[in-house]
Design a protein. Structure first.
Length: 233
């Protein structure tokens, strides 16, 4: 996806008719019953952080809970990876680092994506190319559905979802633009071959450099995969 596509998608999200999405929210009627399954590897590969989430968690819980988001976006010809943001670390079993087994240890500062769960937008085009709005978590697999939710609550959820989704896209857009500028300024290029080579080394336990995009700049992280602890850095 290039920057023009992302700008179009931001525009699409902001112009999507509120009443359509309010109807979906009301129909889904999700209420959390604190089963905690969405905090485990069963439902969640990782928890991606918007810049504001990263800053809030660093300030209130600590930097040690963050890692570069997995699935790095690209690698330069010198073997350095780049990714558009941080994620929360996971435990050895893949569960979120904040999940105690019964609750979220830092509920007050939990990321935006946890707050809007399960109403995140599934941005997949339908057969006519229109992007559909729907929740992406498995219906009726956890939590309680089809409850009555007040109009005020639905509107609040709608606003949070739109804010989150456009915030995610803006972060992506900023990342793409900064990559273009940074690569040009430093004579770098994207290398798929180097990506694969460095990833093989990483999977064998070697350290790699990952440049994480945060608030318009790159933060250098050096990470290695603990072979006996695949879920962690
Ligand atoms: S941050 Fe809290 S609410 Fe979000 S996945 Fe982790 S434990 Fe669950």
């Amino acid at each position: 996806m290039n920057s023009v596509d992302i700008e179009k998608e931001i525009e699409y999200i902001s112009s999507f008719p509120d009443e359509d999405y309010l109807r979906i929210i009301c129909e889904v009627g999700f209420v959390c019953d604190f089963c905690g399954r969405c905090c485990t590897s069963e439902f969640n590969d990782h928890v991606f952080l918007l810049d504001d989430d990263s800053e809030r968690i660093i300030e209130n819980a600590g930097r040690e809970f963050l890692r570069p988001a997995p699935y790095f976006d690209l690698c330069d010809n010198l073997g350095r990876f780049y990714v558009m943001g941080y994620a929360l670390k996971t435990k050895q079993n893949g569960d979120c680092i904040f999940y105690t087994g019964t609750r979220c240890e830092h509920y007050e500062v939990r990321p935006w994506v946890c707050k809007i769960y399960p109403y995140m937008l599934h941005r997949e085009p339908d057969e006519e190319g229109n992007i559909e709005f729907r929740q992406i978590s498995g219906l009726n697999l956890h939590g309680l559905y089809h409850n009555e939710i007040s109009n005020e609550m639905c509107e609040e959820i709608l606003k949070s979802v739109k804010d989150y989704e456009s915030g995610f896209l803006r972060q992506k857009l900023g990342f793409i633009k900064e990559i273009e500028r940074y690569f040009k300024e430093n004579g770098l290029r994207n290398s798929k071959q180097m990506y694969d080579r460095m990833m093989r080394q990483y999977l064998k336990g070697k350290s790699i450099e990952v440049y994480v995009f945060l608030k318009g700049r790159f933060v250098k992280e050096v990470i290695s995969k603990q072979i006996n602890n695949p879920g962690s850095y």
